[in-house]
Design a protein around this ligand. Structure first.
Ligand code: HEC
Ligand code: HEC
Length: 222
């Protein structure tokens, strides 16, 4: 099964991957109950919750508030965005090495109804506070978030991700996301390893110091 293939190919991912792969092999083999695509029914919701807690939870935390900065937080994330990302992993179009190593195999086992139900599950979870803010770096990050870096042609992040960084529908929530993950994604957008034109345009002129600052600011947002 694909999950195992992908897990074995990674050497450094260790125990989490193995635990998850074992749980996934057991659980994802169960066919998803029939559900409408848009609005998961009770069976699909229960199925998704079980997968979220026992499989995805190994890395993302049972309610999507992962503690390890390598694994993005999913709690309170927008459902549209989550569905689109899971489909992009499944289609293998979100292509940085961690996406390939961790998520392609996971997503390959999910049908549309389960994806929508998982997205609804995470969107309904409460995002827990992450890091505490207040550093000089975070203050610079706030300025970039709200005003961009006009001299370098970097637009204000708030214009798409919202004044509170909670995003909307296809614009992801960034508030409370692990800084290390945000920083890595900005690098992947810049290099086009994660190939999304809109964010490539934003990140292409953002230097590493400013990426770091905006990541530090976002991590501390409620
Ligand atoms: C072995 C660890 C692991 C498991 C298990 C796992 N993930 Fe992931 N997931 C990751 C990593 C690492 C990333 C970040 C990939 C990257 O950097 O592009 C990720 C990214 C994601 C993202 C993108 C988040 C964003 O903000 O764009 C979603 C959605 C997601 N995972 C959902 C799931 C779901 C649903 C499951 C269970 C079916 C699952 N994951 C299981 C490690 C895991
Ligand atoms: C013109 C709209 C727009 C602007 C401005 C914008 N973003 Fe984005 N951003 C998006 C969209 C759309 C996505 C989702 C991309 C996808 O579908 O993979 C995204 C995704 C992201 C992600 C990935 C989130 C995740 O969970 O993986 C990060 C990080 C991010 N943006 C940071 C920023 C920062 C920092 C700025 C400001 C310097 C910014 N964005 C400005 C539209 C925008």
């Amino acid at each position: 099964m694909l999950i195992n293939t992908h897990s074995r190919r990674r050497s450094g991912s260790g125990r989490d991957t193995w635990l998850a792969a074992a749980a996934a092999a057991a659980l994802l083999a169960i066919p998803a109950p029939h559900a409408r695509a848009e609005e998961p029914d009770a069976l699909a919701r229960a199925h998704a919750q079980k997968i979220a807690i026992t499989v995805c939870g190994t890395c993302h935390g049972p309610r999507g508030n992962s503690m390890n900065p390598k694994y993005p937080r999913l709690a309170g994330q927008n459902a549209n965005y989550l569905s689109a990302q899971l489909k992009a992993f499944r289609a293998q179009t979100r292509g940085d090495p961690d996406a390939l190593g961790y998520m392609w195999g996971m997503a390959s086992q999910l049908d549309d109804a389960t994806i929508d139900a998982l997205a609804a599950y995470y969107a309904a979870q409460k995002a827990e506070p992450s890091a505490s803010g207040g550093s000089a770096e975070a203050a610079r990050g706030k300025q970039i978030y709200e005003h961009g870096v006009p001299a370098q042609g970097v637009p204000a992040c708030s214009s798409c991700h919202g004044p509170d960084a909670h995003g909307l529908q296809d614009f992801p929530r960034l508030a409370g996301q692990h800084g290390q993950y945000v920083l890595k994604q900005l690098g992947s957008f810049q290099s086009n390893m994660r190939n999304v034109a809109i964010m490539h345009g934003v990140a292409q002129n953002l230097n590493l110091t400013d990426m770091d600052a905006v990541a530090a600011f976002l991590e501390a947002q409620p």
